[in-house]
Design a protein around this ligand. Sequence first.
Ligand SMILES: [Ca+2]
Length: 383
Amino acid sequence: MRSLRTASLLLLTACCERPAHDDPPPPSAISVSGNGSTQASPPLPSGAPRASASARPPASAVASQAASAPALSAPPLPSADGRPLHLETQEDLLALMPIRTYSEKEIKRKGDPLEFLKKNVGPGSPARMNQGNKEIASHVISREQCLQGLQGVVLQTDEQKQTCGADYMVPVYKKGDASKARFCIDIFEFPNRPCELPFVWAGPTQARIYCEMQGKRLCAQEEWVQACKGDPEGKEDWLYAYGNELDLSACNTNKPARTYGDPLCDPDTVSSTWKTCHSNTEPAGSFPRCRSRFGVFDLHGNVAEAMVRFDPEENGLVSQLKGSAFFYVDVARKHNERQKEGARETYPDHCAHDPRWHVEPMATAWHVNYHLGFRCCKTIKPR
Ligand SMILES: [Ca+2]
């Protein structure tokens, strides 16, 4: 059936080579481093604050790392301000992604990061990073509903802010030893803002640039997996961020293509994908149960995520695309289920699932899509 075939295509093969005018920036720019029916709707936030204790590291251990640093306070939850959920202007999109300070010397050498952003971020085209084609996207949960669901939830403690040096990041580590945390990870998909829609239409190469513009870096696969399966107190790993049983209602993975317009999706080219494929995302953090024990939201579902992986055969970093997207219900199978012979292709989605979709050297990892976003990480500086 068209709908089933399409969903599979979307996950594995969708997109394509960008037309010439859509090409991502050249290497020199890269170095800027530095209608869905309510019947099928996913659950709305309950409104009841989710217990936050399990997402908090042992405070004393983290605090000890930060004892000598100037005090930083975790940001308060923003208020709804009347902006449309699916943003319509370049100014509004850029307002969600503040960048680090660049010196005059650095700008002279690498180019002006603001000019880069103006060229590569904006609504209305797959040639720029944005929140998808607003004309056809279906969002069920409002920003206000999402914010209501996060009321009372501790997204980031002051200690975590101190350790990570950035808003909405948490340190991740193994064996329950917070003193050995070596990296922090964004709580939300890029642009890492509570109750904003994630950005799509940026390939891994560009994603790396955007992370570096914020003084971060694109997450490595091992980091993403640990943030998903691990426990801050060192308890047993889980298969999924939310537990050990596949639960398609826990995250934004439950939007069947037949209900949400994707039977019409034609992923043959970037242009046809933009015109016909729906970025049916929800505000980041809308699903209270879709949160790992480290406190990271939407590792499953919403948008799939680009990251990097060291490939021994390439002897270098390659792009790694992981995680499910909003239409995953159509192609899901449990972690221990086998692909049925002759049946349509299905995919697991446990934290450690290691698909090899669109693997490319990072310098030329330009695969873009309407359901592919990313997440940034940051190395913790020794104190
Ligand atoms: Ca995701």
